[in-house]
Design a protein around this ligand. Structure first.
Ligand code: AP5
Ligand code: MG
Length: 195
C-alpha cells in the first residue's frame, strides 16, 4: 500500500449496510466513498446514454455489464489515487471485475488493503430493504421479488469475489447484525489497523 493511504472494499449482500457504514467511515477516516450503484442511479437520474443503458438491469435487480462498471471505476481510481484513500462500495461484484480492479489499482500505483465483508442473514436483508422501499425512491426496493433477485444474484455471482481476496490474505468478515453504531465501531477498529 502507498504510505498513509487506505483502500478498502466494503462488501456484502444487498441491505448489509455497505452504504450506511461507508458514509460514516469516509467521514471518520477522511476517505473518498464510491458506490457504483449510486453512480449508476445518478446517471439514470440525469438521463445520460450510460444511464439509459443501465436502467433495465438495476430495476430488475440484475448486474450491469462488467465492462461499463469497470470503466466507471477505472476513471474514479485515476482521479483519486492521490487522496488519503478510498472506500469501494458495491464493487467489485464479479470475478471479472475483481481481476480488472487489481489491474487498475496496480496501474495507478495503489493497492487494496482489505475487503471487509458485512455478514447478515438473507431475511434481515429482505426486511431492511422492504422497510426502505416504503419510503425510498430506489426502483429496486419496491418489490420483494426484485429484492430477492438481488440477493440471489449476490449468492450466484458476487459471493465468490470474497474468495479472490481471501486467497490474497485480505478478507475480513464482520458481523453486520446489530445497531448502526455497533457495526460502525467494529469496522472502525478494523480500519485503524490498516492505517
Ligand atoms: P447497490 O446500490 O450497490 O445496491 P445493493 O448492493 O443491492 O445494496 P444496497 O445499497 O441496497 O444495500 P447496502 O449494503 O448499501 O445497505 P444500506 O446501507 O443501503 O447496487 C444496486 C444495483 O446497481 C445492482 O443491483 C446492479 O444493478 C447495479 N450495480 C451496482 N454495482 C454494480 C457492479 N459493481 N456491477 C454490476 N452492477 C452493479 O442499508 C440498507 C437499509 O438498511 C437502509 O434503509 C439502512 O438505513 C438500513 N440499515 C443499515 N444498517 C442497518 C442496521 N444496522 N440496522 C437496521 N437497519 C439498517
Ligand atoms: Mg448501497
Amino acid at each position: 500500500m502507498a504510505k498513509g493511504k487506505v483502500n478498502i472494499i466494503l462488501f456484502g449482500a444487498p441491505g448489509a449496510g455497505k452504504g450506511t457504514q461507508a458514509v460514516r467511515l469516509a467521514d471518520r477516516f477522511g476517505l473518498t466513498h464510491i458506490s457504483t450503484g449510486q453512480v449508476i442511479r445518478d446517471e439514470i437520474a440525469q438521463g445520460t446514454e450510460l444511464g439509459k443503458s443501465m436502467d433495465g438491469y438495476i430495476s430488475r435487480g440484475e448486474l450491469a455489464p462488467d465492462g461499463l462498471v469497470v470503466d466507471m471505476v477505472a476513471d474514479f481510481v485515476a482521479k483519486h489515487k492521490e487522496t488519503a484513500g478510498n472506500i469501494f462500495d458495491g464493487f467489485p461484484r464479479t470475478l471479472v471485475q475483481a481481476k480488472e480492479f487489481d489491474r487498475i489499482m496496480a496501474k495507478n500505483g495503489v493497492e487494496v488493503d482489505g475487503m471487509i465483508c458485512l455478514i447478515i442473514p438473507d431475511e434481515v436483508s429482505v426486511q431492511r430493504l422492504l422497510l426502505r422501499g416504503l419510503e425510498s425512491c430506489r426502483a429496486d426496493d419496491f418489490s420483494e421479488e426484485v429484492i430477492r433477485n438481488r440477493i440471489a444474484v449476490y449468492h450466484k455471482m458476487t459471493e465468490v469475489v470474497a474468495e479472490h481476496y481471501e486467497a490474497q490474505g485480505k478478507l475480513y468478515k464482520v458481523d453486520g447484525s446489530g445497531t448502526i453504531e455497533e457495526i460502525f465501531e467494529r469496522l472502525s477498529e478494523l480500519i485503524e489497523k490498516f492505517k
